[in-house]
Design a binder for this molecule. Structure first.
Ligand code: FMN
Length: 311
């Protein structure tokens, strides 16, 4: 069975998010409310060419068996490096790899990778073909509607769909729009029709401003196979609940303590990026903003725990 065929229509994915969806945070989300599929942060395909890069890539691609089904996301520009990296991912135990063709970060775009590939469709096609050279591992693509104009969507997505990826995630904005305007949900029926015409077996995943797994059904009715949630987890770490429950302060603090424990367990560092997560857990209760301000002054996990212990 193909990797993406194991999921029923209306499945949910935790979006790949650089600096966010590492091995610790994925496990926090799994313990709060599990999505059907996890994605790693993206890993550059050139990483394997240096010893240090290889070391970093292995840390990024580390996962626990309990996180399966999990997809390794990779990015870059050089087709041969994709073949190598897909093989490396397969050896690490991944059953599926996703190619990033949507990242708008200017450093990424400057290298020709991420959404830069929307401007070089031939390279994008060669990348998918190079990734597919490795047998028995699923290849999918995550992209945007176009580079600067919404009207680009049909040509660009046709180019990808003609390569028959097992899944295609569409973040319903152009690269130029970044995340500054609303997602273009009105295009879903047209994108579904194009997909059904060119590559009916490809699973279509809709992404952009979706806040809850409850919406999966709504998009399934429009023809999408699944949804992907990114920033929604910052507002509600329980957003993958199919039947939303109320969660009290102690549950949120429990998640935070679990996150601290995992950060130590996997020897993740430095400490400061961990502080960005505190607003997820210390939120929506009386006195939360004072506690967050105190947490922002901390310099170690031990100091954060001391503040939490006083609550
Ligand atoms: C902090 C952050 C990091 C991201 N890193 C990645 C990444 O590594 N790969 C990727 O394909 N998209 C990345 N994205 C984009 C998200 O996967 C997603 O497409 C985008 O946030 C829109 O979905 P949302 O509205 O549900 O957040 C990132 C987004 C954010 C906010």
């Amino acid at each position: 069975m193909k990797f993406w065929d194991q999921f029923r229509k209306g499945f949910t994915c935790l979006a790949p998010m650089e600096g966010v969806t590492d091995i610790a945070f994925r496990q926090v989300i799994a313990s709060a409310a599990r999505p059907d599929i996890f994605f790693t942060e993206f890993t550059n395909v050139n990483s394997y060419s240096s010893e240090k890069g290889r070391h970093d890539a292995l840390a990024r691609l580390k996962f626990e068996p309990s996180e399966q089904p999990i997809v390794a996301q990779i990015w870059g520009k050089t087709p041969e490096m994709f073949t190598e990296t897909v093989l490396a991912a397969k050896e690490l135990g991944f059953k599926a790899v996703d190619i990033n063709m949507g990242c708008p970060d200017r450093h990424v775009v400057a290298t020709g990778g991420g959404s830069g590939l929307i401007r070089t469709p031939e390279t994008a096609v060669n990348i998918i073909r190079a990734a597919k050279e490795i047998p028995n591992i699923s290849i999918s693509v995550k992209t945007r509607l176009g580079y600067s104009r919404i009207e680009e969507w049909r040509d660009w997505l046709s180019c990808i769909l003609n390569e028959k990826p097992e899944a295609l995630t569409v973040h319903l904005r152009t690269k130029k729009e970044m995340s500054k305007v609303g997602a273009h949900y009105e295009l879903i029926p047209d994108i579904v029709a194009l997909k059904n015409e060119l590559s009916p077996e490809t699973k279509l995943i809709i992404n952009g401003d979706i806040l809850s797994a409850v919406d999966a059904q709504k998009y399934a009715e429009l023809g999408a196979d699944g949804i992907m949630i990114g920033r929604g987890v910052f507002q509600n770490p329980f957003c993958f609940e199919r039947e939303p429950q109320a969660h009290d302060r102690s549950e949120l603090i429990g998640l935070m303590l679990y996150h601290l424990e995992l950060y130590e367990k996997y020897d993740l560092h430095p400490y400061d990026p961990l502080k960005h997560f505190y607003k997820i857990y210390i939120n929506n209760f009386p006195g939360a903003s004072d506690i967050r301000a105190q947490l922002m002054q901390t310099r170690s996990i031990a100091e954060a725990r001391e503040i939490i212990a006083k609550l």
